[in-house]
Design a protein around this ligand. Sequence first.
Ligand SMILES: Cc1cc2nc3c(=O)[nH]c(=O)nc-3n(C[C@H](O)[C@H](O)[C@H](O)COP(=O)(O)O)c2cc1C
Length: 404
Amino acid sequence: MGNTTGEDLGTKNVLLGITGGIAAYKAPLIARGLTNLGFEVHVIMSESAQQFVTPLTLRTLTGRPVYSEMFPELPPNACEVEHIALADRADLFLIAPATANCMAKLAHGIADDLLTCVALATKAPILLCPSMNVNMLSHRATQENMRTLRARGVSILEPAIGELACGWEGAGRLPEPGRIVDEVRRVLYQKDLEGVKVLITCGPTCEDIDPVRFITNRSTGKMGSALAEAACLRGALVKVISGPVSIEYAPWAEVVEVRSARQMLHAVQEGLTDADVLIMAAAVADYVPSVYRDSKIKKGDRLQSIELSSSPDILSTIRPLKEERFFVGFAAETENVADFAKDKMIRKGLDMIVANRVGQPGSGFASDTNSGVIITPEGVLDDFEQMGKDSLAHKILDFIRERL
Ligand SMILES: Cc1cc2nc3c(=O)[nH]c(=O)nc-3n(C[C@H](O)[C@H](O)[C@H](O)COP(=O)(O)O)c2cc1C
C-alpha cells in the first residue's frame, strides 16, 4: 500500500511567519517542534518581531537563513525574487504569533513588508495564530478582519484564554507551541477520511460498589486515543465516548465522558444516530455489582462477597441500529487470539475485529505498542507484531477506508 496515511510530512515545507507580539518568545519552540517532526522550516520575521526574539535564535534552531527584508543586499548574480520563491516553495504559511496589525494588513491586502507580501503571493494554505491583549482581540476591527480572513479560506487557531503578558486576564494567549505544531500536522495531513463521522469508545468503565470503591480494568484509553487522533488528522469528524482516563484526547475530537457500562451504552446509542463508523475500543466491564450501596461499606460489616450481574452488552444492544454503518470491535485475548476474536466478530455482527495479544510485554493495556490480528468476515487481514498504537491506528483506518 502507498502512503495512504499522509504521514509523509517530513518533506513538507512550512514557512513560519513571526510578527511583533510578546508571544514571539514562543516562536522558537514552534520552530523546534516543527523541525523535530522533520518539516523543512523557513522563517520570515517582521521588523517588530525582531524586538522580541532574535533572527539568530531562529536561524540556529532551523539551520536555515531567516528572512525579513523586502530589499536585501543580494550578490550580483542572484536573480531569484525572494518573496516569490518563498511563497512558491511553501506547503503551509503559518504565522505565529499573528499581531492585530498583521491581520489587519492581510485582511486588506496590504503588502508593505516581506511577510505580508509573501502572504499575498503564496498559494499555500495560511494558518494564523493570533495573540494579543484581550481588548485588542475583541475590538470590532480585529474581529471583522478575522471574519474577512476566515471567509477567504484562511485558517485561524483561536487564541487561548488565561493570564496575558500585559497583566489582563482573558482571550488572547498564544496556544502552547505543541498545540500549534499539532494544528500544522492536521492542516497538512492527507484528508482521506474527510467528513466521515467516526464514533470511538475508549478507556475502561468503572462500576461503583459504594461511594469509595469500584470495579474497573487496566485499560488506559491509549488505543482509542490513537485512533481518535489519527481519524481527526485524516479529516474525520470524531466523537469519543470515554470512560475515566488520565490521558488527553486530540483537541479536534468531541469528547463525551461516561463512567459505567450503562452510561457508555446510552452515549453510544445517542452518538450512533450521527455516525458512519463505530469503533469499540473501550474495555467495558463484563460484570457489575448487582447492588450499589449508598454509604461506605464498613470493615465491621464483615462483607463476605459482592454479588455481580452481567453488564449491558453494548454491541448486542445496538446491533439493530447498525444499518449501513461500519462496526469495528476489539478483543483482548491471552490465547487462541484469532479464533476467539473471529467468534466474537461473528456473534456480534461486526465488520472487523482487532484482537490484541494481552499478557505479553509490549502489547495490550497501558502499553504504547500492540500486537495481534485484524480480522474481517473474509479472513485475517493482518497479523501484526509489536507496533506503535499510532501506526496501528492508521493501519486500522486504512482498512476501514478501503471498505467504506
Ligand atoms: C511590549 C509590546 C508588546 C506587544 N504585544 C503585542 C501583542 O501581543 N499582539 C499584538 O497584536 N501587538 C502587540 N504589540 C504591538 C505590535 O508590536 C505593533 O502593532 C507592531 O506594529 C506590529 O508589527 P508587525 O505586525 O509588523 O509585527 C506589542 C507592542 C509592544 C511594545
